[in-house]
Design a protein around this ligand. Structure first.
Ligand code: AMP
Length: 280
């Protein structure tokens, strides 16, 4: 049976109990609207610790002014059902006031990675992400936290945060869970019209093509230009980049893994996806 907790004080009491019992805690932060991608993180979390805590909190500080904060899908009853069924111990569903009480101020430092890629069209996004994840980590006090590779840039920003603030938390990354046609699962896929939903898997197809072409030895420039032209037939391209997977900088002799990262708009829906593979 999952315990649903909304108050920070109640959560602190529950965490203390786990700590007194010498239980290890794995944490999965989410914004709700749960799908199989989120649940795969829960399954990994269960293998990594005695207790699994999942938070459901749509964090206002990571949304831009004209973004979808107000219409972000809320499927709380179903989310609770799915998490309970998955054997989650604590479902933390705080209000905005619990996370950011009056007068609460934090000035978070972020890695330079936070200023690349998604930051151009979502300025301040990763500052918001780091702010909320730092706060949630301080409340949940996990030994381990699980993040999806779907948000690859976010994963690197969080890894940097843990080092920067010397938090003793192991960050585990989870592979992208996809629909059968290759589209990366996302809460925002609900926004797509029937027609858009048919077009959306092209993003992953293009990423796969890039990977194959690069593995055949074609040049990054040629391959990315072709891919951009191809994507622009159906999407408004935000970015498509082929980078060092560890640093998100240009590929060089020290690069061991390549990341191809992409963000597009389909109508008003922004889709992100990526593919990471070893450099041969
Ligand atoms: P969100 O609720 O969108 O903030 O996502 C919560 C966590 O789930 C993040 O660590 C995401 O990277 C992860 N996640 C979202 N979609 C997927 C997916 N399709 N596969 C794997 N992880 C995912």
């Amino acid at each position: 049976m999952s315990t649903v907790i909304s108050s920070v004080i109640k959560l602190a009491e529950q965490i203390k109990i786990f700590q007194n019992l010498k239980k290890t805690i794995a944490f999965v932060p989410t914004m709700g609207g749960l799908h199989q991608g989120h649940l795969s993180l829960v399954d990994i979390a269960k293998k990594k610790a005695d207790i699994v805590v999942v938070s459901i909190f749509v964090n206002p500080t990571q949304f831009g002014k004209n973004e979808d904060f107000d219409k972000y899908p809320n499927t709380l009853a179903n989310d609770k059902y799915l998490l309970e069924e998955r054997g989650v111990n604590v479902i933390f569903t705080p209000s905005i006031d619990e996370i950011y009480p009056k007068g609460y101020q934090t000035n978070v430092e972020v890695s330079e990675i936070a200023n690349l890629l998604c930051a151009a069209s979502r300025p301040g996004h990763f500052q918001g992400v780091v702010q909320v994840v730092k706060r949630l980590f301080e409340l949940v006090k996990p030994n381990v936290a699980v993040f999806g590779e779907k948000d690859y840039q976010q994963l690197l920003v969080i890894k940097d945060m843990v080092e920067r603030y010397q938090m003793n938390i192991a960050i585990i990354s989870a592979p992208i869970v996809r629909e059968t046609d290759g589209l990366a699962m996302s809460t925002r896929n609900q926004y797509l019209s029937k027609q858009e939903r048919q077009i959306a898997p092209k993003v992953y197809q293009v990423l796969e093509q890039i990977k194959k072409s690069l593995q055949r030895g074609e040049s990054i420039n040629t391959v990315s230009t072709q891919a951009k032209n191809n994507l622009e037939q159906d999407f408004k391209l935000d970015y498509l980049e082929v980078l060092d997977a560890n640093t998100l900088k240009q590929i060089n002799d020290n690069t061991t893994h390549i990341a191809v990262l992409c963000a597009v708009f389909l109508g008003s829906t922004r889709l992100i996806d990526n593919i990471v593979f070893a450099k041969e």
